[in-house]
Write a protein that binds this ligand. Sequence first.
Ligand SMILES: O=C(O)COP(=O)(O)O
Ligand SMILES: [Mg+2]
Length: 222
Amino acid sequence: MKAVAVDIDGTITDKNRKICVNAINALRKAEDAGYPVILVTGNVLCTAKMVSTMLGTSGGIVCENGGVVYTTKRNLILGDVKKCSPAYELLKSQYDVEKTEFSDLRLSEIAIKRTIDVNTVKKTVKNFDVVVYDTKFAIHITDPLVNKGKSLKIVAEDMSITTDEILAIGDSENDLEFLEVAGFKVAVSNADDELKENTDYVTKKAYGDGAAEAIEKFILNK
Ligand SMILES: O=C(O)COP(=O)(O)O
Ligand SMILES: [Mg+2]
């Protein structure tokens, strides 16, 4: 492996999005050992960039579920939010939905609070050209042409590595695509069943402690 790619919410944090100290330490040690860390998240760029700065990660950043890519070589908006708006407007006309905070900073997709069942969202917008993810922290209405996996490939290219040289760690359905392209796939123990069924390793510990467990086991203690 040459790099580590981690989801943020539910993977290096706890269930309330509070970052886990063990995950911070493991990520710092991975960087110090020469394994750049890539953040791959549904969060907006300014949130992800601040997490990257505070963690000291040196790999690129995939945000908005692949809709936005940030590397030392380029900053790309790949998702088309114009595909997502009509779906959101229909939802809003039928249900009491609310965008997540800082929605004006979201460039390539629309994220709403989990005040509505995700299956109701998926049913309501089924005729629109969108993909809906429930990350357990928000519901995202996204451009089907982008996802975390496709954008991780762009980041890997800018880092002169291939995605099969990356160890990837995630917790929910919006992580499926980036784990799929990674060389070693890890689901934390709190992950969705669908993610756990498609991985090389499921951690014994949950949330950020699980991410730390996998980094120590497969990167630091190799
Ligand atoms: O933005 C979200 O809803 C979840 O973010 P994540 O992809 O880092 O888990
Ligand atoms: Mg997550």
